[in-house]
Design a protein around this ligand. Structure first.
Ligand code: PGA
Length: 255
């Protein structure tokens, strides 16, 4: 079996301006040490406006927290008012880009095709996509969750080489668990993460499936992270609310 380095990413969503972001990242770094960074890859995904400030702090203080963005546009440049390209993010030492978060899909109408174009743009610029997938409560109750997630994964990684798929991160985030305090039980999380790995194997082969890292996301907290991380197909977490507080996020990283 491939060794997969656990990856815990904080998705700050639309929280923390760049002043607060600097304080939060410094507090977080005081709590983490070399052994934490050797054990877990730690990623913080702040709003775009914080990226440059955090890049400067992380580089100046040699803090090995990786920077992520929450979205990007798939074109390199052009008349797309309000958008930010993958090229621009790569220049800010951004290593990861969250793509196709359910809030982007539901509130901003992103389709599987948009998501795939973004994934390809991210990879093209040497960054790693965190491709999000997940079902609604209605879909879970109707028994269509697995088909939905398989479809999102297959569409999301279309056009990538096997090696690119293996290097990617996929986040399974059941929509009913996001921000609701209601986590998928570790059995449900494991079951769907195994389905995702199986789908990756079907599309990109066993090597890519063995290497791809799959995160669970949805109300991850210091109190439930250990149980989730004990699941064989859960390689990390995408953390929203609990990542805003450096103490809570540090406890999650040190699960
Ligand atoms: P939550 O958000 O941890 O606040 O549920 C997770 C996410 O949306 O990535």
């Amino acid at each position: 079996m491939t060794e997969r380095t656990p990856i815990i990413a904080g998705n700050w969503k639309m929280h923390h301006d760049h002043y607060t972001a600097i304080q939060v990242i410094q507090k977080l770094s005081y709590q983490l040490d070399k052994t934490d960074y050797e054990r877990v890859e730690v990623v913080v995904c702040p709003p775009f406006t914080d990226l440059r400030s955090l890049q400067t702090v992380l580089e100046a203080d040699r803090i090995p927290i990786r920077l992520g963005a929450q979205n990007c546009h798939f074109e390199e440049q052009g008349a797309f008012t309000g958008e930010v390209s993958a090229t621009m993010l790569a220049k800010l030492s951004v290593a990861y880009v969250i793509v196709g978060h359910s809030e982007r899909r539901e509130l901003f109408g992103e389709t599987d095709e948009d998501v795939n174009r973004k994934v390809r743009a991210v990879v093209k610029h040497g960054m790693t996509p965190i491709l999000c997938c997940g079902e609604t409560l209605d879909e879970r109750e109707a028994g269509t969750a697995e088909a939905k997630v398989r479809g999102q994964v297959e569409a999301g990684i279309a056009g990538l080489s096997k090696a690119q798929v293996g290097a990617a991160v996929i986040a399974y985030e059941p929509i009913w668990a996001i921000g609701t305090g209601r986590t998928a039980g570790s059995e449900d999380a494991q079951a769907m993460c195994a389905v995702i790995r199986e789908q990756v194997a079907a599309v990109a082969g066993p090597d890519a499936a063995g290497a791809v890292r799959i995160q669970y996301g949805g109300s991850v907290k210091p109190g439930n992270i250990a149980e989730l991380m004990a699941c064989p197909d859960v390689d990390g977490a995408l953390v929203g609310g609990a990542s805003l507080d450096p103490d809570d996020f540090a406890r999650i990283v040190r699960f």
